[in-house]
Design a binder for this molecule. Structure first.
Ligand SMILES: [Zn+2]
Length: 366
């Protein structure tokens, strides 16, 4: 099988590549005509085994603005997998007539599994609750465009920091840049998990602190990233009732914020951001949606270009094959039986090995 590069997770891009993607996305924003025919005669397939209209439309609009065309399906019911075809076979078929594939699937690691059968680049547009790298890139572009930089910023991240994977991916991206510091705003039971501390924050010596209330720290922030907080994540209904308003941002709380702070949210919001602040110029969550399209344009250009050049970076870590079984029921290896089990050592200090597909911890594979 031809070696092509794919995008599963923000870790698949070097910092230099992220910087270049940001630069190209900003150039597209300013000179849209220049890119109008950049992908003429190229086809993008959007394979959404799980519906996500927002993300799918953003990719399709991105490809159309580049002069390319799109094909695909919007839910598993409209694909051949509903007739029992495996995801692997679907991918193999589609990759013979598309130049690039964007895929969303409910199983964790599905994009990595699919890439093993694809002769064209596969971009992960969400695999279960696991990774959604283009969302993170859109977040970075919004910060860059608003502040003129992605470094030397104090970033507050508010909401469910334990289960919210977009948050982990954002921390992974922002800790690569110098002098960024973080305030983790959440109830104690929804704080940053150990793996983010041990595998991202500590190795990169990132400065971070915790806070239980937006009001206590908003005045020091340059960026406030809001996420959904779900009632069912709390240990008791009383805790939820007591704490829920601490994590709702409104015009009154914004009074204490810097004039040049920006507010981001991956959308859709439920009640975390009051509509009374939508007209505040610091509210950047709708700009984030537009930026998502520009970022996806830059990404499609880059991955098509790398595929044309035959460029595929070597794996960042040594991969161990078939010496363990991943026990995560949401992992794609538990749904597609002929996949090779893959894992890597992620944290040498604590001897942590993780499944390459879903990143859950696996027992030491020897
Ligand atoms: Zn797994």
């Amino acid at each position: 099988m031809k070696n092509v590069r794919h995008l599963f997770d923000i870790s698949d891009l070097t910092t230099k590549e992220i910087d270049e993607l940001l630069r190209v996305a900003e150039d597209i924003m300013m000179n849209r005509g220049k890119y109008a025919g950049a992908c003429a005669r190229k086809k993008l397939a959007t394979l959404f085994f799980e519906p996500s209209t927002r993300t799918r439309l953003s990719f399709e609009a991105a490809m159309q603005e580049l002069g390319g065309s799109t094909l695909g399906f919007a839910s598993a019911e409209s694909s051949s997998t509903s007739k029992g075809e495996s995801v692997m076979d679907t991918i193999r078929t589609v990759s013979s007539y598309a130049d690039i594939i964007v895929m969303r699937h409910p199983k964790e690691g599905a994009a990595l599994a699919a890439s093993q059968r694809s002769v064209v680049p596969v971009i992960n547009a969400g695999d279960g609750g696991h990774c959604h790298p283009t969302q993170t890139l859109a977040d970075l572009l919004t910060i860059k465009h608003y502040h003129g930089r992605v470094k030397k910023l104090r970033i507050g991240i508010c909401g469910d920091l334990k289960f919210g994977r977009t948050v982990h991916s954002l921390i992974n991206a922002l800790t690569r840049y110098e002098n960024n510091s973080f305030v983790m705003i959440s109830p104690p039971e929804l704080g940053i998990p150990n793996y983010v501390q041990h595998e991202i924050l500590s190795p990169r010596k990132a400065e971070w602190t915790t806070c239980q209330n937006i009001e206590d720290c908003i005045g020091s922030l340059d960026v406030l990233y809001m996420t959904r907080i779900q009632k069912e994540r709390f240990q008791s209904v009383e805790d939820y009732e007591r704490l829920k308003n601490c994590y709702v941002l409104d015009a009154a709380k914004m009074m204490a914020a810097k004039k040049k702070m920006c507010v981001l949210h991956p959308l859709p919001r439920v009640k975390e951001i009051s509509v009374d602040m939508d007209d505040d110029p610091r509210a950047q969550y709708f700009t984030q949606v537009t930026n998502g399209k520009f970022m996806r344009m830059a990404l499609i250009l880059k991955f098509l270009e790398d595929a044309d050049k035959g460029y595929c970076p070597p794996p960042a870590r040594e991969v161990i094959k078939n010496k363990f079984i991943c026990e995560n029921p949401a992992c794609v290896t538990n749904a597609e039986s002929d996949l090779v089990q893959l894992c890597t050592l992620r944290d040498a200090t604590h001897n942590v090995y993780r499944c390459e597909y879903c990143e859950s911890k696996v027992k030491k594979p020897f």
